[in-house]
Design a protein around this ligand. Structure first.
Ligand SMILES: *[C@@H]1O[C@H](CO)[C@@H](O)[C@H](O)[C@H]1NC(C)=O
Ligand SMILES: *[C@@H]1O[C@H](CO)[C@@H](O)[C@H](O)[C@H]1NC(C)=O
Length: 353
C-alpha cells in the first residue's frame, strides 16, 4: 500500500537531497584533503600515543589467552571448501571454540594442516537449528580461499588457520623479498585484504616512503638500549598498501599486540603500514599487527632503513623520508612445507608459562 506524496513529503525530499549533496561534497573535500595531508597524519611518534593508548585490540580478555593465541574470524562470511568435519554433528557455543577445534587438527608436526578453514553459526536467532554448528574445512588454495557468500544476510562466521610453513607471502622490493607470515587468526580482515592484493598480481602505487634506522637506541635484536632516547630515528620502515584501481575500505582495529622486531602493522586503519625494526613496548598496543617478517629477511628491511633520506616534519615530529620511494608488491612464494625456519614467527607456537 503506497502513500501518496504530499507537499510536506516533497519538501522533506528536497531537504534530504540537499543534505545528501552537502554530505557528498564534504566527503569529497575530506578525501582530497586526506590525500594531500597523508604524511602528516601518520606521525607514528610516541608522544602522539596517549590518546590511543586506550584502544584495546580485542584480545580475548578473560579467556586466559596469550599473545599469539588469538582465534578470530569474519562475521557474515561463509567460506567454502571440502568439509573435513561436518557441522551438523559438531557443535560449540562460541566461534573461538570452533576455531580452536580447527587449530587442533593443524598442530600435528610439519605437514600441511588437515583443517585450514572453520565456519561457525553463532547467532541463536538467525541460525535456528543450525546454531552452534562448526564446520571444519580444507581449501584447495589457502591463499585464495573459496568464498561462498558474504553480506549482512549471511549467518556464518568464518576464519582461516595457517599452519607452520603456510600463509607466507613475499613482499617484493628491488632490495629483495621480505617473506611475511600472515596472522589470519589475529587479524582476519587485514589478512583478507592482503590476500586480495596477492590475487591482483600488481600493487601499483604500493611503496615504502619512510625509513628510519635503529640508531643508537635499539640493538640488532630490537631490544631497547637502556636510557637511550625512543627516537628519532624510530626504527621502522613505512609505506602504503593502497593499490591503484582498487577502492580501499578502512580496516577495522584488530588484535594489537606489543610491536616486536619484524611486526607488520597498519598505521590506524590503513592503507599506510610499517615494519618495525625494534621491540616498541613504548608504543603500547595501538597498532593492528597482521604479520611478521621472517627473521632471516630482516636484513633486507635493515638495508632499506639505511638508504638516503631527507628530513621532514610531520606534526612537529622529525621523520626521515626516502629520497626515492621503493615500489613493492605481493607475490606467492614456492615453499615446501616445513623448510622455512619460522622460529617465533609461527604464532601458534607460544605455549606460555
Ligand atoms: C553450551 O552452553 C550450554 C548452556 O550454557 C551448555 O548446556 C552446553 O553444554 C554447552 N555446550 C558445549 C558444547 O559446550
Ligand atoms: C628536528 O630537526 C631539527 C633540524 O635538524 C633539529 O634542530 C631538532 O632538534 C630536531 N628535533 C628533534 C625532536 O629531534
Amino acid at each position: 500500500m503506497g502513500r501518496k506524496p504530499n507537499d510536506s513529503d516533497a519538501g522533506r525530499c528536497a531537504f534530504l537531497i540537499l543534505l545528501l549533496i552537502g554530505l557528498v561534497s564534504c566527503s569529497l573535500v575530506y578525501m582530497c584533503l586526506s590525500v594531500a595531508l597523508r604524511p602528516s597524519n601518520v606521525s607514528l611518534d610516541s608522544r602522539s600515543f596517549s590518546a590511543i593508548d586506550e584502544v584495546k585490540g580485542g584480545w580475548d580478555e578473560g579467556l586466559g589467552l596469550e599473545e599469539g593465541e588469538c582465534c578470530k574470524g569474519i562475521d557474515n562470511l561463509e567460506l567454502w571448501g571440502s568439509a573435513v568435519k561436518w557441522g551438523s554433528e559438531f557443535k560449540f557455543n562460541s566461534s573461538g571454540d570452533c576455531c580452536r577445534a580447527c587449530k587442533t587438527m593443524c598442530s600435528g608436526g610439519d605437514g600441511p594442516c588437515l583443517c585450514d578453514t572453520w565456519v561457525f553459526c553463532g547467532n541463536r536467532e538467525s541460525c535456528g537449528p543450525k546454531f552452534g554448528e562448526c564446520w571444519l574445512k580444507k581449501q584447495k588454495d589457502t591463499l585464495a580461499p573459496d568464498s561462498q557468500d558474504s553480506g549482512e544476510k549471511v549467518i556464518w562466521t568464518s576464519g582461516l588457520i595457517f599452519g607452520k610453513g603456510e600463509g607466507i607471502v613475499g613482499l617484493e622490493t628491488e632490495y629483495g623479498i621480505l617473506h611475511i607470515k600472515l596472522f589470519p587468526d589475529c587479524a582476519p580482515h587485514s589478512v583478507a585484504y592482503i590476500l586480495e592484493l596477492l590475487g591482483l598480481h600488481h600493487c601499483a602505487g604500493c611503496q615504502f616512503y619512510r625509513a628510519e634506522s635503529r640508531g643508537n637506541s635499539w640493538d640488532s635484536e630490537g631490544n631497547h638500549i637502556k636510557d637511550a632516547p625512543l627516537g628519532p630515528p624510530f626504527a621502522l620502515i613505512q609505506g602504503t598498501l593502497e593499490a591503484q584501481g582498487t577502492t580501499f575500505k578502512n580496516i577495522p582495529t584488530e588484535v594489537c599486540p606489543t610491536l616486536r622486531r619484524g611486526s607488520v602493522a597498519w598505521v590506524g586503519s590503513g592503507p599506510e603500514f610499517f615494519i618495525s625494526l625494534a621491540n616498541h613496548e613504548e608504543w603500547k598496543r595501538a597498532y593492528t599487527v597482521f604479520g611478521s617478517v621472517l627473521p632471516e629477511d630482516m636484513e633486507i628491511a635493515e638495508k632499506i632503513a639505511q638508504l638516503p633520506t631527507k628530513l621532514d616534519v610531520w606534526n612537529n615530529i622529525n621523520v626521515s623520508v626516502l629520497e626515492n620511494s621503493i615500489p613493492l608488491w605481493f607475490r606467492r612464494m614456492k615453499t615446501s612445507h616445513g623448510d622455512l625456519n619460522l622460529n617465533r614467527n609461527a604464532n601458534s607456537d607460544s605455549n606460555g608459562s
